[in-house]
Write a protein that binds this ligand. Sequence first.
Ligand code: HDE
Length: 757
Amino acid sequence: MTNNPGPPEGRPQEHTAPVTETVNPGPPQGRGPADGTHGPDDRENRENRENRGNRGNRANRDSKDAALDAFRVPAGEGAVTTDQGVRVDDTDNSLHVGERGPTLLEDFHLREKLTRFDHERIPERVVHARGAGAYGYFEPYESLAEYTCADFLQDPGRRTPVFVRFSTVQGPRGSADTVRDVRGFATKFYTRHGNYDLVGNNMPVFFIQDAVKFPDFVHAVKPEPPNEIPTGASAHDTFWDFCSLQPESTHMLMWVMSDRAIPRSFRMMQGFGVHTFRLVNAEGRGTFVKFHWKPRLGVCSQVWDEAQLTAGRDPDFHRRDLWEAIEAGAYPEWELGLQLIPEEDEFAFPFDLLDPTKLVPEELVPVRPVGRMVLNRNPENFFAETEQIAFHTANVVPGIDFTNDPLLQGRNFSYLDTQLIRLGGPNFSQLPVNRPIAEVRNNQRDGYGQQLIHPGPSYAPNSVGGCPAAMGGGRLPEGVFEHYQERVDGRAVRRRSPSFADHYSQAALFWHSMAAWEQEHITAAFAFELGKVGEQAVRQRMVDNLVHVDPALAAEVARRIGVAEPAPDQGQDQGREQAPQQESGLRASPALSLENLRGEGVATRRVAVLAGPGVVTAQVRAAHAQLAPAGAVVETLAARGGQLPGADGESVPVDRPLPTMASVLYDAVLLPDGAGEALRADPDVLRFVTEALRHGKPLAALGSGTELLRSAATAAGMKEHARLPGVLLHASDGEPDESFWPGFLALIANHRYPDRG
Ligand code: HDE
């Protein structure tokens, strides 16, 4: 009666590495492969491994990985068989009458093969269809017993296996990664007391306050019904029509129009539980809690033009980035932080803690770092693991409970319901990736796809034995879930609390917390999205709403999209019918600006060295030798693959032919000396450098490379290339002094230079 059967008899066991929940740090965090490069050999090995199935991170074993052994099958060698295990003589020719005659119905192998193929697809997720995931572990820094009895938050250093799936929301499974959208950040903790799912996003608030509006919201943001356009984008009429009529979405819109919606990498995003949840300690005392994930690499975004170009150059950009980092041993890491709010402070804020369109400013309640999560193992089969993983907000463990946030309450219904259709019935929790490592024992039975053989009766009360019993009555032993005993009293009403009525104060707080360049990006994003809206009335209504956030923002967007500028005093009276604007006393929350969320170092930053025949090979080698040990991924690009002859009679290997890559796939560019003339004449190279300049990326140039940089700056409409922020030049011949490489590393660590003009 357990959910974790041993390996079926006779099935080969390949994975014999020892299991441990606490050791195996793996390669040092933030470092690439041994020599720090991603040279052709390394790439070839990786691609081979990808093709054959991933066996890359098997060193990072834990109890969840061991539990998966029972379901692993060896790579397909030996004779091909039918699903019934009958060996087949030929799988390339169907059975037909004569060599050119009709196919016979009795060809069971053909029929089975085609039938299985016809049934390979399952419905994609109705939202968050496009995603990527990985396994890893979570470990707390300290015991949180004071606040919660959750088992996985008790012992510092005890590791709990996790699987995390990141996603976009709007687009289908095959859509591009770098669209402007919210990102899902869903974590399944396989704890000893059952599975706990923290199903969050990379933004701390949401579009709507009540779950009953979710289908309306999703219908509005999804592609338009007649033609299913646009894919993966919110820049269309129905989305903005809905939002302009639903002022509670305004705060979330500010986030979605900000650079948070175009992350550089899943590894460089924050995650948030969004709702206020409740921790419950062993004495039954509750504490409100907001969950935060903070990436060690810092929070970094693309710029909009770059994101759009990336969608074409590499639609798998984020998926590839996560996979490659884990394969290279540069395991992404997040710190878990908690905002803890005593129950007596429930009404201490100028907003309602139950309102999911509000965040709790960190300046009011600091985020306490309590643990870290590391992702160190890629899945072996995307469908079996990443596609079939099923999250559910109601998957909580003893010590974690809900609040009455009406969005959360609805989610607690929706996620189980959606898995029933998506995964075809109630036994989805028996799928390998969904199985808890905790034992499962109950009287649930049968259903499509039942995997287990349950002997004996399945009911309670029961006098014949053989059935599990509930633990209720009296003081419960450790690890038994008991619902928080909240006192509730009231009439059944379909009404929104007046405490949910202020839709603009935090939207304004967000706006005022942004650096000037972030405000410009938000303004441009509104202008882009609304500029794609056909209905003049929708555009006007949205701009009229924005005036409550900031009249200057509204006026500037109005100018750019060609609608009437709202009257400056319009913000005083409209849209506030329900409640007066509440003041938190905070005009800005610095914690919200990307300026204050930068990471340190250059780990996994991708640096392109643009080279051509005649290059000073010593500088190409120096780039690899100086940058790779700091964790950067350095690649030499040239018009053709193979070896590149240098000026000095030596040659350097080309890592990637330039036509297969693009500027948007790198974080920084180096232009070495020696090939400047030839490269300047190449329009692909000029475009590469121009784009890097326009996207605010760090650039360094040596000798004739500086001339190439000057040409690109002119093409980008930038003057005084030598004074551009984030640009490092060594114009003269000869080697640069020793400050050059550390200087370039410092520029790369700063990520982007949005003020380049
Ligand atoms: Fe979801 N959401 N959601 N959502 N959500 C789904 O569940 C839903 C909401 C989030 O990688 C679905 O398994 C309702 C907020 C993530 O598998 C579905 C409401 C937040 C994922 C569903 C919300 C999220 C989902 C679709 C409003 C952030 C992907 C497939 C009441 C805190 C999980 C599935 C994965 C997926 C319903 C709002 C995050 C239909 C009804 C708020 C990360 O059940």
